[in-house]
Write a protein that binds this ligand. Structure first.
Ligand code: GAP
Length: 543
């Protein structure tokens, strides 16, 4: 195609409100995503038949597969085959699965009992509860009159109230609620209130869930324990066990995936911030002199890893924490951030990479009285290693994969493949095209890898052959058999759950033992001998 021709085509595409496939996609709204997740069996509200439970979610059949695939990809690329180090050397990382409930002294030593708090504010009128550090306030610059609070990123209600009071936002400055002097809180109109003066002062709230061990027994006996708020401490308290049993040498890592629990004041944004979630954390133990080098290495490696899963680099960014954001023990911390639909055009945290120094080992050494130094037999040196910690959310990662995969596009009618066009959500299909929703997961992560269809359900020989092929494929991959409805509709159902390949058995298959394999993204169809089907799929699923 000549240059001017391509330009013409691009312009006409723009006129239709469409995007080129290489354009950055408009992220789906949370309603769109939660609707799809419920409709197609990815994620359900927890305890739904009892009206749900705020901050808890259940993973349905497809969501479970997707989450397991992300977990397995992380485990494979972090533990079994980690990236090569900065000098091209092989890295040593071992796995762990520690208990969720640990001796409460762990949380005392780690600082969680004393300091794992969020500030919260209540509205006495609406009974709404807010993370005080997520509230912003339009404060009158005159210093007099009502101030209007809003949740970060959602100023519309406050701005409407300002207009209604015949004023203008230009007469206000925006300040964090937590920066207000206490005597000014009475002038603040809360987001869900009908008047000013209903918000309480911020109070610190510990995020750990309490539980009790064994039967409640004698007077004064404290059997309180806590559900872990992070997987990391399970690693620190097993550091010595690993060193003593695995013959690991500095530097090395210990990785763990598992559930964590935080009694979040305001769980929000679907599975972005929930009260029960899963984390994938790795603690990299290294010589103090080398910690800076490893910190730089892991920040870059983690960013690249998310991109390797097919996440658009334009939706990822690194954000270095300002000095005043750092925990007192941390010398540096960077987040891998993602542009979620609900943060766009801004970004939100996906993973944090922290330089924790030797804070945790020092704390546990002092509190337990057990020496946690590493002894280097070659140099006769004893050191308390420093730690670099890439800590990411598995459930939050699933949200990123769903955001990233969700695509609305216009495809030529009849599923003939070829010229698909990326659609702006909500735009109308041009002449000759129809809309499809497709989840473009990389095949490695797709919940179902292959679907098998007989062309017609009432032809016994087609059904039998299709079932035989399905039985063979499901030995190797999560596969799905579907004989209901027109082939085009069956393709669309698989598109919507992100199945990369569909295999159709038609009358030619009975003659020449070949099948049609249809590729989800290009919608191209390939004729493949049944004898080569597995190796063809193997090659394309693992590419
Ligand atoms: N050990 C360090 C640690 O836990 P964090 O930044 O509190 O650090 C790490 O948590 C990751 O866990 C976050 O980047 C996020 O992906 C995930 N995460 C934290 N709180 C979460 C929540 N309430 N819901 C879902 N994911 C959460």
């Amino acid at each position: 195609m000549s240059c001017s021709c391509m330009l013409d085509r691009r312009l006409s595409i723009r006129q239709y409100g469409l995007l080129m496939q290489t354009d950055k996609k408009t992220p789906p709204s949370l309603e769109t995503l939660t609707g799809l997740c419920k409709r197609r069996g990815f994620i359900f509200q927890s305890s739904e038949i009892y009206n749900g439970l705020n901050g808890f979610w259940d993973f349905g059949p497809l969501g479970t597969e997707l989450k397991n695939n992300l977990r397995d990809a992380w485990w494979q690329d972090m533990v079994r085959n980690p990236p090569l180090g900065p000098d091209g050397e092989m890295l040593d990382i071992v796995g762990l699965d520690s208990a969720i409930i640990q001796n409460p002294l762990v949380w005392k030593a780690s600082g969680h009992l004393g300091g794992f708090n969020d500030p919260m504010a209540d509205c006495r009128e609406s009974k709404a509860r807010y993370r005080a550090d997520h509230l912003m306030v339009y404060l009158p610059t005159s210093g007099e009159g009502t101030a209007y609070a809003f949740l970060e990123g959602e100023p519309a209600v406050a701005e409407k109230r300002i207009r209604k009071a015949k004023s203008d936002t230009a007469n206000f400055s925006v300040v964090p609620f937590t920066d207000l002097p206490l005597d000014q809180i009475a002038t603040v109109w809360g987001p869900d209130a009908t008047k000013a003066g209903t918000l309480t002062e911020p109070r610190q709230f510990n995020l750990m869930f309490k539980t009790f061990i064994g039967a409640m027994s004698g007077e004064g006996e404290d059997n309180t324990a806590y559900l872990r708020p992070e997987t990391a401490q399970g690693i620190f308290i097993n550091y010595k066990n690993v060193v003593d049993t695995m013959r690991v040498k500095l530097p090395f890592g210990i990785a763990q995936v598992g559930k964590s629990f935080r009694n979040e004041v305001t769980p929000r944004n679907f599975i972005f911030r929930s009260r029960e979630f899963e984390q994938m954390e790795m603690e990299w133990f290294c010589h103090p002199d080398e910690a800076s080098k490893w910190y730089s290495f892991w920040v870059e490696a983690r960013l690249q890893w998310w991109a390797s899963l097919g996440v658009d680099m334009r939706n990822l960014r690194r954000r270095d924490h300002d000095e005043d954001e750092l925990a007192h023990y941390s010398t540096a911390c960077a987040d891998v951030e993602y542009q979620y639909g609900f943060t766009a055009p801004g970004f939100g945290e996906l993973e944090g990479i922290a330089h924790r120094g030797n804070f945790d080992l020092t704390q546990h050494q002092e509190a337990s009285g057990v020496k946690l130094e590493y002894f280097n037999q070659e140099t006769n040196e004893r050191v308390l290693p420093h730690v670099i910690e890439p800590a990411s959310g598995l459930t939050r990662g699933v949200l990123v994969l769903l955001n990233e995969a969700y695509t609305e596009e216009f495809v030529p009618k009849g599923d003939t493949g070829g010229d698909t066009l990326l659609a702006e959500p909500g735009s109308e299909a041009p002449e000759g095209y129809e809309k499809r929703i497709v989840l473009k997961f990389s095949p490695r992560l797709a919940p179902i890898k292959v679907a098998v269809f007989p062309l017609l359900k009432n032809r016994e020989e087609l059904v039998k052959k299709a079932k035989d092929i399905f039985a063979e494929l499901r030995k190797t991959w999560p596969a799905f058999y579907d004989q209901a409805g027109a082939i085009g509709r069956r393709y669309r159902r698989q598109d919507e759950i992100g199945t990369p390949f569909c295999v159709t058995i038609d009358f030619d298959s009975l003659e020449d033992d070949t099948v049609t394999v249809r590729d989800r993204d290009s919608m191209r169809q390939y004729r493949i001998p049944v004898s080569e089907l597995k190796s063809w799929l193997f090659e394309h699923i693992n590419e």
